[in-house]
Design a protein around this ligand. Structure first.
Ligand SMILES: Cc1cc2nc3c(=O)[nH]c(=O)nc-3n(C[C@H](O)[C@H](O)[C@H](O)COP(=O)(O)OP(=O)(O)OC[C@H]3O[C@@H](n4cnc5c(N)ncnc54)[C@H](O)[C@@H]3O)c2cc1C
Length: 425
């Protein structure tokens, strides 16, 4: 009989348990699989994913060939560009080959969860209830006789004579042959993932890449657009500067918040943003051509109001009005009377809206943790530790962070599948 302990009943832990039990079953190996969960219930973070709707993976990089079992490498290469670094992509490649985004869809459909795919490739349960995904995972665990122990935080792991002794907060020590650490990162700690995995892994000899919040909005100094909080702007160009050096340029939808900015273009690049950076938005989509557009439109529409001119040139109404208000330009004045100086001011505000970053994300509100257990010490083909045989890792506890759009859950599912299967070998 092989005994496997899985730490954490999040998506990575639950799918690891299913994978281990299914692999043991198909090889006719007798296995005892126990999941230890710190919270009174499994999957607390999973329940709040995608605002409770659970964006479980992404199919936007699919090839035209959608027959079951096909997964072209070109698609995978594109899929991998949605993760934090080239090293992460290299590490994840085998796990994604072994369990693709298409496999995730097939897996949940097989468990009886109807799914739906949005135009942008994001996949959700058709009910848009994250609870349906969690229930399916838990039910499959029960069907496979996996034991899920809740209110059972693991506080210590010791490795002696090829066995692991696990100590939970209150109950006696239990001994296992294999363990999978799937306790998540350290952001949104109220959900249970509060960085325990780093301490447990460090004590077992693993290195930790310094964890920091990722996938987060930013707050800025002297926020002049806070009165527009809640407004989303489509396909905005963003540039990030540090000490006069351009750090990155990106485009995407942006959300104005009370304290700063959020939305995909900010959130997906937040791992690169540091306090004190200068963030610059081009609301016009036109860059250096915008001044010419303004001048031409002002000439053609001499009788229009300046506020109307700015909107006509592509700036959303409330943003246009606020920009004029901040720069003390009378929007009700006729275009025929606009000065060259004011045209330049409007151009500058619309194409290079600047702010200094006050805070680039907090642990309490960032969706994922960048950093974690160093993937250099993990075999990418099995998720097994290179330091201690029989020790496996899965999910966000690893130094892996994806963009929004289902990429983080897919990483949890793919690494969990691989860890579970290999733990019972
Ligand atoms: C608000 C929000 C929305 C999100 N939306 C999406 C989305 O739509 N799509 C997407 O792909 N990703 C999304 N994410 C990210 C995604 O939720 C995580 O990447 C994913 O849950 C990681 O899975 P995991 O199993 O590795 O860790 P977790 O889900 O964090 O699970 C770890 C589990 O381990 C338990 N645990 C911790 N310490 C111990 C211990 N010492 N002993 C025992 N158990 C322990 C925790 O209680 C927890 O249940 C979102 C995150 C947040 C915060």
């Amino acid at each position: 009989m092989i005994s496997v302990a899985i730490l954490g009943a999040g998506p990575a832990g639950l799918i690891s348990a299913i994978s281990a039990a299914e692999a043991a079953g198909s090889r006719k190996i007798s296995a005892s699989i126990v999941v230890f969960e710190k919270n009174p219930n499994p999957g607390r973070k999973l329940l709040i994913t995608g605002s409770g709707q659970c964006n479980l993976t992404n199919n936007s990089n699919e090839s035209a060939d959608t027959s079951e079992g096909s997964s072209a490498i070109e698609d995978l290469e594109k899929f991998l560009t949605h993760y934090g670094s080239r090293e992460q992509a290299r590490f994840l490649k085998t796990a994604f080959y072994a369990f693709t985004n298409r496999d995730t869809v097939n897996f949940f459909q097989r468990l009886g969860v109807p799914l739906t795919e949005r135009e942008d490739g994001k996949v959700f349960p058709a009910s848009f209830h994250a609870a349906d995904i969690l229930t399916a995972l838990i039910q499959r665990c029960y069907d496979l006789k996996v034991e899920i122990l809740c209110s059972a935080p693991i506080s210590l792991i010791e490795f002696h004579d090829n066995e692991f002794s696990l100590q939970t907060g209150k109950s006696a020590t239990r001994v296992f042959q294999k363990i999978i650490i799937a306790v998540g990162g350290c952001t949104y700690p109220a959900t249970g993932s509060s960085g325990d995995g780093y301490l447990l892994a460090e004590k077992l000899g693993h290195s930790i890449v310094s964890p920091k919040p990722a996938l987060s909005g930013i707050s800025v100094l002297h926020h002049k657009l806070s009165s527009l909080s809640g407004i989303s702007l489509e396909n905005i160009d963003m540039t990030l500067w540090r000490a006069g050096k351009k750090i990155l340029s990106a485009s995407g939808d942006m959300l104005i918040t009370h304290t700063g900015f959020s939305g995909p273009v900010v959130v997906n690049n937040s791992r690169a943003i540091q306090n004190g950076d200068e963030i610059v938005f081009d609301f016009s989509h036109q860059g250096e051509n915008f001044l010419k557009t303004l001048q031409e439109q002002a000439q053609i529409n001499g009788n229009s109001h300046i506020a109307t001119l700015v909107q006509k040139c592509g700036i959303p109404k409330r943003v246009a009005n606020r920009i004029l208000e901040i720069n003390q330009i009378d929007g009700t004045e006729k275009c025929a009377e606009i000065t060259k100086k004011n045209l330049r001011i409007i151009n500058e505000a619309c194409t290079a809206w600047k702010h200094t970053v006050a805070s680039s994300g907090k642990n309490t509100s960032a969706m994922v943790t960048a950093g974690g257990v160093s993937t250099k010490e993990i075999h990418p083909g099995t998720m097994q530790s290179r330091v201690i045989p029989g020790l496996f890792f899965a999910g966000e506890v690893l130094d892996i962070d994806g963009e929004t759009g289902g990429y983080n859950l897919q990483a949890a599912f793919s690494t969990g599948m691989l860890a579970g299967k290999n733990a019972v070998l």
